[in-house]
Write a protein of this length. Structure first.
Length: 255
């Protein structure tokens, strides 16, 4: 049921977009948050905006795939193969992917703050499989033992922590893997994390959170927030100065 009451001010798409991009003043953001809690139609509009951005990235995953190949190259180099030969082999695979892919994002030389219209710092999730990696927008269905690859796309020089929370409330940190401070992000094209992640048999969901800020911050703050119930929707209970992006995967029962 739509709970926007008579006499209340409707929430416009421009407000939802600014809410999503963390650009609303605190009081206005609280108004939108309360409206989202009670209005299913409004939540659907926000989800459609998220899906739209996800479609932009999902329809052009080639640069994520290429970066993933490069990231795994060093770890998977056969001991008998000289480094120079292995680098050349990996390079051929990367070029093969990029040769058939449209150039979906450009970065002007010397531009420290590359932006893609409508996108902030984002978390991308792909399911590994026999064919090409499958993009998993928020709300996708997964099963235990699915292997997922996480990546981020930063629109500026940022610092971030990436964690996941499963249906049992177990928190796993993905970036940085260790250390007390948030990891420095590389701005521009999507950057995959060095290790893939296999989903366990925890029920109901797996929730992935990217928390970013303009300056370094403590990883423990994010771990504590992830261990507590979300503040609004799927957002962690953190100050508004933190940029957040969440991808929720729905766990299907194991057959």
């Amino acid at each position: 049921m739509n709970d926007e009451r008579a006499g209340s001010t409707p929430i416009g798409d421009w407000q939802l977009e600014r809410f999503r991009l963390e650009e609303l003043p605190a009081e206005e953001r609280e108004t939108v948050s309360r409206a989202l809690e009670h209005d299913a139609a409004l939540r659907a509009r926000l989800a459609e905006m998220e899906r739209s951005d996800g479609d932009i990235l999902a329809s052009h995953p080639a640069r994520v795939m290429a970066a993933a190949i490069r990231a795994r190259g060093a770890a998977e180099r056969p001991a008998s193969m000289p480094p120079a030969t292995w680098i050349a082999t990996v390079g051929v695979a990367v070029l093969a992917i990029l040769a058939v892919a449209p150039l979906w994002m450009t970065r002007p030389a010397g531009d420290d703050e590359t932006r893609v219209k409508g996108l902030t710092t984002r978390l991308l999730v792909f399911r590994q499989g026999a064919a090409a990696p499958e993009p998993l927008p928020s709300g996708s269905s997964v099963r235990a033992r699915d292997v997922v690859q996480l990546a981020y796309q930063a629109t500026a020089r940022r610092f971030a922590v990436i964690v996941s929370v499963d249906g049992r409330g177990v928190v796993t940190r993905h970036l940085p893997k260790d250390g007390a401070q948030a990891a420095a992000l590389a701005a521009g094209t999507p950057v995959p994390l060095p290790e893939a992640y296999e989903l366990d048999d925890a029920p109901r969901f797996e929730r992935f959170h990217l928390v970013a800020a303009a300056a370094p911050f403590a990883v423990d703050d994010v771990l504590a927030a992830a261990a507590a119930p979300p503040a609004a929707g799927d957002r962690l209970d953190l100050p508004p100065s933190f940029e957040q992006h969440t991808v929720v995967l729905r766990k299907e029962p194991t057959r």
